[in-house]
Ligand binder design. Structure first.
Ligand code: URA
Ligand code: SF4
Length: 279
């Protein structure tokens, strides 16, 4: 374990239980007041070493800006619209460098269901809205079949910039899974969305979102569809990512996987009906 990796920094489960846990720096630190916070040390080291990244060596000024805290961007009296505007300027990890724009969450401001994906894809990056590409179409169809009105939910991602690499002939942009450090860097935006929307049920779409919110021990294939209690929302349910259905080997398995996604979402609709009835 390096000197910057405390058990707290490593554990999203512990992190999610902490009150008002907003990272104090743009990198891996989550606890400003904790003794484990080494932001200032890290910042100085980065400045000394010239901190090479992305498009080459950065100037002192760039390094300082790169490590600017998201906490500094968070508006004092936040609304979703103010957050969206503030997130446009986010440089808290390197992903903004190769992306077109920040893709912030959108949907009903006080939605009972918040769906959380991994990161914007190629089309989302161009359009600037979450789940508008092929995976979004699968999601919209599955929601409709499960009887969930898409306009009544809030949709977002654990990471707000598109991470990609050029395809073989250099034309297509191939999705690349975000790093744990990028998921952690972006977390304050998601926490701010959760704090404002206050959903009854959070639905994690795929392993990146599920493990970011429930920890590495959570396995979507094993635990999908099972509601768990969470400090982020009264209930949290994980299911597969709709893009996994697009990658199915053949039509038969595609249909089967789609049915399971719809079944998980029907479970979410039932859970919401039960919790609303109990209130
Ligand atoms: N995949 C995601 O996880 N999110 C999007 O917004 C689009 C595709
Ligand atoms: Fe900021 Fe998130 Fe974009 Fe990184 S991915 S620059 S943390 S908005």
């Amino acid at each position: 374990m390096s000197e910057f990796e405390s058990p707290i920094q490593k554990s999203p489960a512990i992190y999610s239980l902490l009150p008002d846990s907003v990272p104090c720096c743009a990198d891996t630190c989550v606890l400003h007041s904790a003794r484990s916070c080494r932001c200032s040390v890290k910042k100085k080291r980065a400045m000394r070493s010239g901190h090479k990244s992305g498009s080459g060596s950065l100037s002192k000024r760039d390094v300082t800006r790169d490590l600017t805290s998201i906490a500094d961007l968070l508006p004092p009296d936040p609304t979703l619209e103010k957050l969206r505007q503030a997130a446009r300027k986010c440089r808290a990890c390197d992903l903004w460098r190769n992306a077109t724009q920040t893709v912030f969450g959108e949907g009903k401001p006080n939605a009972s269901i918040m769906l959380i994906g991994e990161q914007p894809g190629d089309q989302e990056d161009r359009v600037g809205r979450p789940f508008v590409g092929p995976a979004g179409k699968v999601l919209a169809d599955a929601l409709a079949e499960a009887g969930i009105d898409r306009s009544a939910v809030y949709v977002t991602n654990v990471v707000k910039h598109f991470r990609w690499e050029p395809g073989e002939r250099g034309k297509r942009r191939i999705h690349k899974k975000p790093r744990a450090s990028e998921i952690q860097a972006c977390r304050p935006w998601l926490d701010a969305e959760l704090a404002l929307v206050k959903p009854e049920i959070v639905v994690c779409l795929g392993a990146s979102a599920a493990q970011a919110l429930l920890g590495k021990e959570f396995h979507v294939s094993r635990d999908r569809g099972q509601p768990v209690r969470s400090s982020l929302a009264p209930w949290l349910v994980a299911t597969v990512h709709p893009s996994s259905i697009l990658r199915a080997q053949d039509d038969e398995s595609r249909q089967l996987q789609l049915r399971s996604l719809v079944d998980d979402l029907k479970g979410v609709a039932r859970l919401l009906a039960e919790t609303s009835a109990a209130r």
